[in-house]
Design a protein around this ligand. Structure first.
Ligand code: SMO
Length: 760
C-alpha cells in the first residue's frame, strides 16, 4: 500500500478546523509585554526632532525604540532599504518611527502619544510614470551608496530594471503584416491573510529567539541579523501555525522591531498587527502598467513583441518586488513562441507603502496583459481566439524567450483537455448577448532554491523529518512530505512526523514560496529517507541473515522478499542499531539543476529560468447583468499539469483557492491609495470574493513527470491564481464586445464599458 497519490487527509486539518492550532498571533510567552507602534501619518518628510524621553517615564513602559537603537543599513542578497524605523527621513504613510513595549496597551498608547515628533514635509511622489520623470524628486537620493549585489541600471527613482532581448526586433516589426499596441493597468491586491503579522521575541544569553508565522524562517533570521547588526546564528526563528502566507509573510516585518524591544526591555515582547495596520503597512501585490507592442504575420504567428512593465515598488524595497522584476519577461515569453522580443521591467520608487510578493507575483498582470492583447490581435485578424493560441504555444524542444529550451511542453495537451471538458466550438457557437467565454494556456515556474531535511528512524519505528519548511496551509509540510517519506520507508503515514520549522534545528530551506515545499523540501526529505533506507537494509540484513537486495520495506517491517513471516519490525531494526552502531538518521538535500547565473542577483538565478515548468489551461464563462454591470462567473475549468499528484485532494484545494483569489483580482480587489493613505483600511471596503462569487471549479489534473522533482512532482500551489484575471478579463471583453484595459472589472467599470460601446 502506498500513500503517495492518495488523498490522505491533511494532518494539520483537524486542529485548524477545531481552532486548537496555535497560530503566530495566538502564541505568547510568560510576562510578554505588549507593543504599540508610532507610524508616520505623512508620506514624505524629514525628521527634525524625535524625543522619547517623556514616553519613557510613563509607568509600565519598559522600552521605547527608534532608529537610534539599530545600526542602520547593510546590503545583503538584493537591494534592501527598509530600516526597522525611519531614520532621518519618512518615505510613506504608515512607516514605523518608534515602538513602545509596555505592561498594558493603555500604557503603550499613552507612551506613543507622549513621543515628540517634528518633521519638515517633502514633496511626495505617488505616480509610477511621474516618478520616472527627470524632474521628479528622488526618494532615495543617497541610495547609490547602498551596498547591494545588484549591478543593473539604477538611478533617479528607478529601483531596478530587468531586461530580456532576443532576435532582431526591428526587422521583425518591419516585415509584419500587422502591429498591435496596447496598455494595461492593474491595481494593488492585498493578501488579506486571516491571521495578521505577529511576532514574539525574547533576548536570551545574547541571542534573539523569535516565534513568528513566517513563510521563510531563514530569510527572517538573516534579515533580523542584518538590521540589528548581529550574526545570523545569533537569531533563532521558530514557526508556529501560519494563518495565511500568499507571499505576504516571506520577508521580515515585525520581527526586527520585536527583537530590539525585547533586548531593551529585558522581557519577551509580543507584537500583533491590527487589521488596519495589516492593510496599510504590509506589502501587497504591486500596481503595474504593462505596455505591449506585437508584430504578427497574416496567419496570426507572433513575429516579435516589445514589452515595458512598470512595477510600483513603494517607498522602500524589501527586495521581493525588485527580485521578481525578472519574472515579468518570463511571464510574457514563457507560454508562446516569440522569436524576437525586447522586454524591459522597471521597478519604480513612489512615496507609498512598499509592495511585496503575492502569489503569482508579476505573472498575474503580465498574463492578463498578454492575453487581453492576444484577443485584440485575434479580433484584428479575424482569427478564432483559441486557434490563435494553438498556433503560437510553445512545443517541446522550442525555446522560451530567455533562450531556455523546453524539454517538455504540454500546453497543447492542456488546451485539448480543457476542450474535452468544455468544447470550445459548442461554447462559441451558442452566442448569447452579454455572455462571454475565453480560454488561456500558461507555463509557470517552480521556485527551485535549496532545501535540507534530516530523517531519523526512532527506536519505536516512527520516522521524524526535521526541516525548516513552513506549513502555510498548502499541506506540503504537514502532509505531502510525510506521504513521500512514508512510502520510501514503508511505514504508515501516521508514523511519520515533521517537526515545526526551527532555524536552530534544521538545515537551510529556501522557504515556502513559488510552490516549492513539496517539490524542494520534499526532494530533500526523499533523499534523506533513501539514505535511511540503505542503513535500515544494512542493519536488517544482518538481523535476518539476508542480503539487502533481497529485502523489502512494507508496513513498518523489513521482510525477505518471497519468504512470508521472515521479517523484523523497523522498531527492532532501529533499536538494534541504536545500541550497536548508533541511531539511524541521514541528512538529504535538494539542489535544483544549475541554471545560468545571469541576472545579477542571487535569487535572480532562480527567477530568470523556468524550473520544473508546469503547464496549464484555464477556461471561463461569464455573464453580465446589464442593469448592474455585475460579472458572474458561470463556469470555470482548470487543467493543471502537476508532474505527479502526491495528494490529489490537496491539489484541488490549492486550485480552488487560487481561482478564488484570482476572481478577486479580476473583479473586485483594489487596495486604493489616496494622497499616500491606504483608503481600504479594513474588509468593509476592501472587497474580497466570497463563496457566492466562486462557481464550482471543474478540475483536471495532468501528470507529466519532472525528472528532478520528488517522484516526478512539480510545484502546484502558486500558479492557479495567475491566469484567472486574464481568462475572466478576456471573457468579459468577449461578452461586451469591446476591449478592456484595466483591473478590477468592477460593476462600475463594466457599466461604463457597456455605455461606451453603445455610444459608438
Ligand atoms: S508570492 Mo509566493 O509566497 O511564491
Amino acid at each position: 500500500m502506498t500513500v503517495v497519490g492518495t488523498s490522505v487527509r491533511r494532518a494539520d486539518g483537524d486542529a485548524k478546523v477545531r481552532g486548537t492550532a496555535v497560530y503566530g498571533m495566538d502564541y505568547t510567552e510568560p510576562c510578554a509585554l505588549v507593543v504599540r507602534v508610532l507610524r508616520s501619518s505623512v508620506p514624505a518628510a524629514r525628521i527634525t526632532r524625535l524625543d522619547t524621553s517623556r514616553a519613557e517615564k510613563i509607568p509600565g513602559v519598559r522600552a521605547v525604540a527608534t532608529a537610534a537603537d539599530t545600526p542602520g543599513l547593510s546590503g545583503m542578497l538584493v537591494l534592501k532599504d527598509q530600516t526597522v524605523f525611519a531614520r532621518d527621513e519618512i518615505r510613506y504613510v504608515g512607516e514605523p518611527i518608534a515602538a513602545v513595549a509596555a505592561d498594558t496597551i493603555e500604557q503603550a498608547d499613552a507612551a506613543i502619544a507622549a513621543i515628540e515628533l517634528e518633521v519638515d514635509p517633502l514633496e511626495p511622489v505617488y505616480d509610477l510614470e511621474a516618478s520616472l520623470a527627470d524632474d521628479a524628486r528622488v526618494i532615495h537620493p543617497d541610495w547609490e551608496s547602498y551596498e547591494t549585489f545588484l549591478d543593473g541600471p539604477r538611478g533617479g527613482n528607478l529601483a531596478w530594471e530587468a531586461r530580456v532581448e532576443r532576435g532582431d526586433v526591428e526587422a521583425a516589426f518591419a516585415s509584419a503584416h500587422l502591429v498591435v499596441e496596447d496598455e494595461y493597468r492593474t491595481p494593488r491586491q492585498h493578501q488579506c491573510s486571516i491571521e495578521p503579522h505577529a511576532a514574539v521575541a525574547r533576548y536570551e544569553q545574547g541571542r534573539y529567539i523569535v516565534h513568528t508565522p513566517t513563510q521563510f524562517p531563514f530569510l527572517v533570521r538573516g534579515r533580523v541579523a542584518e538590521l540589528l547588526g548581529v550574526r545570523p546564528s545569533d537569531v533563532r526563528v521558530v514557526v508556529p501555525a501560519i494563518g495565511g502566507g500568499f507571499g505576504g509573510k516571506l520577508d521580515a516585518m515585525l520581527e526586527p522591531m520585536a527583537c530590539v524591544l525585547a533586548r531593551k526591555a529585558g522581557r519577551p515582547v509580543r507584537v500583533v498587527n491590527s487589521r488596519a495596520e495589516e492593510q496599510a503597512t504590509c506589502g501587497p501585490r504591486e500596481n503595474a502598467i504593462v505596455r505591449l507592442r506585437t508584430a504578427v504575420a497574416k496567419d496570426g504567428t507572433i513575429l516579435a513583441q516589445e514589452g515595458v512593465i512598470l512595477c510600483d515598488n513603494g517607498a522602500n524595497s524589501s527586495g521581493e518586488t525588485v527580485a521578481c522584476a525578472n519574472l515579468a519577461p518570463l511571464a510574457l515569453g514563457g507560454t508562446y513562441r516569440i522569436p524576437s522580443a525586447r522586454y524591459v521591467s522597471k521597478v519604480v520608487y513612489t512615496n507609498t507603502v512598499p509592495t511585496a510578493a503575492f502569489r503569482g507575483v508579476n505573472g498575474n498582470y503580465c498574463v492578463f496583459a498578454q492575453e487581453m492583447h492576444l484577443d485584440h490581435i485575434a479580433r484584428e485578424l479575424g482569427i478564432d481566439r483559441r486557434e490563435l493560441r494553438l498556433r503560437n504555444v510553445l512545443k517541446a524542444g522550442e525555446q522560451m524567450v530567455n533562450g531556455q529550451q523546453l524539454d517538455d511542453a504540454f500546453l497543447e495537451q492542456a488546451l485539448a483537455k480543457a476542450d474535452e471538458i468544455a468544447p470550445w466550438e459548442e461554447l462559441t457557437a451558442a452566442r448569447r448577448p452579454l455572455r462571454g467565454v475565453a480560454v488561456v494556456p500558461m507555463t509557470w515556474i517552480t521556485n527551485p532554491g535549496p532545501s535540507g531535511a534530516t530523517v531519523k528512524l526512532g527506536e519505536d519505528g516512527t520516522v521524524t523529518v526535521t526541516c525548516a519548511a513552513a506549513e502555510i496551509g498548502t499541506g506540503g509540510v504537514a502532509t505531502g512530505i510525510r506521504q513521500i517519506v512514508a512510502d520510501e520507508l514503508g511505514v504508515p503515514f501516521e508514523d511519520v512526523l515533521v517537526t515545526p520549522a526551527d532555524t536552530d534545528a534544521a538545515g537551510y530551506d529556501h522557504g515556502a514560496q513559488g510552490s516549492r515545499t513539496t517539490f524542494g523540501t520534499g526532494s530533500a526529505a526523499l533523499d534523506a529517507a533513501a539514505q535511511v533506507r540503505e542503513q535500515v537494509l544494512d542493519v536488517a540484513g544482518g538481523m535476518l541473515e539476508a542480503s539487502p537486495e533481497d529485502l523489502e520495506l512494507v508496513d513498518g517491517h523489513v521482510g525477505v522478499v518471497g519468504v512470508p513471516g521472515r521479517r523484523v519490525s523497523l522498531a527492532a531494526v532501529a533499536a538494534t542499531a541504536m545500541w550497536s552502531s548508533g541511531p539511524i538518521s541521514a541528512a538529504g538535500k535538494f539542489v535544483a539543476p544549475p541554471v545560468p547565473f545571469d541576472a545579477g542577483c542571487m535569487v535572480g538565478a532562480a527567477l530568470t529560468h523556468f524550473s520544473a515548468a508546469s503547464y496549464h489551461a484555464h477556461l471561463a464563462e461569464v455573464e453580465i447583468d446589464p442593469d448592474t454591470g455585475r460579472v458572474r462567473v458561470t463556469r470555470y475549468v482548470v487543467v493543471q499539469d502537476v508532474g505527479r499528484a502526491i495528494n490529489p485532494q490537496m491539489i484541488e484545494g490549492q486550485i480552488q483557492g487560487g481561482v478564488a483569489q484570482g476572481i478577486g483580482y479580476a473583479l473586485y480587489e483594489n487596495l486604493r491609495i489616496s494622497d499616500g493613505v491606504v483608503v481600504d483600511s479594513g474588509l468593509e471596503t476592501y472587497r474580497l470574493p466570497t463563496a457566492l462569487d466562486v462557481p464550482p471549479i471543474e478540475i483536471a489534473i495532468l501528470e507529466n513527470p519532472c525528472s528532478y522533482g520528488p517522484l516526478g512532482a512539480k510545484g502546484v500551489a502558486e500558479p492557479s491564481i495567475i491566469p484567472v484575471a486574464a481568462v475572466i478579463g478576456c471573457a468579459v471583453a468577449d461578452a461586451i464586445g469591446t476591449p478592456l484595459q484595466s483591473l478590477p472589472l468592477t460593476p462600475f467599470d463594466v457599466l461604463a464599458a457597456l455605455r461606451h460601446r453603445d455610444q459608438e
